[in-house]
Design a protein around this ligand. Structure first.
Ligand code: RET
Length: 251
């Protein structure tokens, strides 16, 4: 009997006032879910060749929505970072963002090798980051540095490497505009994450400045900008490109 009475309600997560991190977990979960519905439904309003890109945008926010539900409850229950869920989510969503780059460049000659290279860099970046947040927390700056090498690989690829060259050679202004926007997401939007990482208690470079809880606040803001924003860029590229094809066929 006693064990029954001490059961906690399973479904209703409670949010205390003043728990701003919890607040952003709730916001994130719902925003990601709504964005997924939007991307999935808009698939019918674009040309067939763009449908896969929108599908992938929707999958990115959908995967995040599910993990945000887990992370939200984990945070409410324990008030500590849901590091495992966070990295499982990134392990799936960051490579899918590389797939987005590949898909928009495929029509202009992107090879599958470009995709594998970018996925390799992201896995490198995330595995090193995970190790720095968990097993080797005391030497988090070293692992942050190793992780940054992977990040720089991706940056190189989209700002100077073969991805950039394909975009330049495409002679398609709509694609070039969208590519540039995505490249800025990777440069400015993704740079939000290392700031959160530096709040690791003790060894983090900003641990004296940032409260430990700011890590999840920063990661949650980064995720909303990068997953939903990135998807919206793909969406507007798909819409404008579908429109210009429609005009070209009509005339
Ligand atoms: C949707 C999730 C995204 C776009 C996640 C991106 C994550 C990063 C760019 C993380 C980068 C990190 C570093 C560059 C160094 C410190 C460790 C990380 C993993 C936070």
């Amino acid at each position: 009997m006693e064990s029954l009475l001490s059961l906690k309600p399973l479904l209703l997560a409670t949010l205390q006032s003043g728990d701003y991190v919890g607040f952003t977990f709730f916001l994130g979960a719902m925003a990601m879910a709504a964005a997924s519905v939007f991307f999935f439904f808009e698939m019918r309003n674009v040309d067939g060749k763009w449908a896969t890109s929108l599908l992938v945008s929707g999958l990115i926010t959908f995967i995040a929505a599910v993990h945000y539900y887990y992370m939200r409850d984990f945070w409410i229950e324990n008030q500590v970072s849901p590091t495992e869920f966070r990295y499982i989510d990134w392990m799936l969503t960051v490579p899918l963002m590389c797939v987005e780059f590949y898909l928009i460049l495929k029509a202009f000659g992107a090879k599958i090798g470009l995709l594998w290279k970018m996925i390799f860099y992201s896995v490198w970046m995330l595995v090193a980051g995970y190790l720095g947040e968990t097993v080797f927390r005391d030497s988090s700056p070293l692992w942050g540095f190793i992780s940054t090498l992977g990040y720089l690989g991706i940056l190189w690829e989209v700002w100077f490497g073969s991805a950039k060259k394909l975009a330049n050679a495409s002679n398609d202004p709509v694609l070039q505009r969208a590519f540039k926007a995505l490249a800025w997401f990777v440069l400015a939007g993704w740079a939000i994450y290392p700031i959160g990482y530096m709040s690791i208690e003790g060894s983090g470079w900003l641990s004296g400045v940032l409260a430990t809880s700011s890590m999840d606040l920063i990661y949650n803001i980064g995720d909303a900008i990068n997953k939903i924003g990135f998807g919206l860029v793909i969406y507007s590229l798909a819409i404008s490109s579908s429109k210009s094809t429609a005009t070209a066929t009509a005339t």
